[in-house]
Design a protein around this ligand. Structure first.
Ligand code: NAI
Ligand code: BGC
Length: 268
């Protein structure tokens, strides 16, 4: 994809799932990637291993790309500050932020412990904002930059027992649109991609064939998405091929947001 080669990229929550696939895709595109992880240094190192293999397979000479792991909880301001300092000083700058870190907890809305609700808001929404404002402050000093947020179909569609999650992701939509407008004249583009059901550890049902089949029966395309399919869209939004796109959410969901229950025409 155009414009990713030699760019410095920070991917939050890149030790597993979609974040890992995004880090790998960017390395294959010739970018220098910082792998943020919260817990699990070993998994973050595994992402680096996967990135190196992918860049090699893409014909990029071994050792020619910079990479690093960086620990930090995106919901903690001090961690985010330290993380940005480390990445910017190690790479000599930052061009692209991928706000991917996230989590979800299910629970009846009138019963879910407030601490769990707060955690989803703090990580998924506030954490993305903490990282976005640090990135923007840096971009303003160096002529621009790009932010891509990992949202969810639930920024649009409600889901019972996911009130904190849906609120955090619809908040992310508001953040994307607001920041895109605010910084459009500063050569800063901000977009989101919104995955539907994707085969990652956040969805333990992926290893239960019966539950998986049930969930997939509600998806118009009849299957879950893969982390690599999400990574391709993140890369597109960060690339020069998306140079005139800002403030948008691109849904990557096999049709999940197309009112699946209307899939078959009414009869009679
Ligand atoms: P995952 O559980 O494999 O990855 C989540 C990542 O976020 C992990 O690496 C985790 O360590 C990290 N993380 C969690 N809390 C953190 C914190 N406080 N600081 C830094 N990192 C933290 O799940 P997946 O699916 O890869 O999730 C990535 C993003 O994709 C999330 O934002 C999620 O909401 C979103 N998403 C996932 C979908 C799916 O079906 N898998 C669908 C829609 C959105
Ligand atoms: C959630 C997944 C869910 C998908 C579709 C995502 O935001 O993280 O757990 O399968 O939406 O409902």
């Amino acid at each position: 994809m155009r414009g990713l080669k030699d760019k410095n990229v920070l991917v939050t929550g890149a030790s597993s799932g979609i974040g890992k696939a995004i880090a790998t895709r960017f390395a294959a595109e010739g970018a220098h990637v910082a792998v943020n992880y919260y817990k699990g240094e070993e998994e973050a190192n595994d992402t680096i291993k996967q990135m190196r293999a992918a860049s090699l397979a893409a014909g990029i000479a071994a050792g020619s790309l910079k990479d690093m792991t960086v620990q930090g909880d995106v919901s903690k301001e001090e961690d985010v500050s330290t993380m940005f300092e480390q990445v910017i000083s190690t790479f000599g700058g930052l061009d692209i932020l991928i706000n991917n870190a996230g989590m979800q907890i299910q629970g009846a809305s009138h019963e879910i412990p407030l601490a769990q609700f707060d955690k989803m808001i703090d990580i998924n929404m506030r954490g993305a904002f903490l990282c976005a404002r640090k990135a923007i402050a840096h971009f303003l000093t160096c002529g621009g930059g790009i932010i891509v947020n990992d949202s969810s179909v639930h920024e649009l569609i409600p889901r019972p027992e996911y009130v904190g999650y849906t609120m955090s992701k619809s908040g992310l939509r508001g953040m994307t649109r607001t920041l895109a407008l605010e910084y459009a004249r500063d050569n800063i583009r901000i977009n989101s991609f919104a995955p539907g059901a994707t085969l990652t550890p956040i969805n333990p049902w992926k290893d239960d064939p019966q539950r998986k089949a049930d969930i997939e029966s509600h998806i118009p395309m009849g299957r879950s998405g893969t982390p690599e399919e999400m990574a391709a869209v993140a890369a597109f939004l960060a690339s020069d091929d998306a140079a005139y796109i800002t403030g948008q959410t691109l849904f990557v969901d096999g049709g999940l947001t197309l009112f699946p229950s209307f899939r078959t025409p009414w009869t009679g």
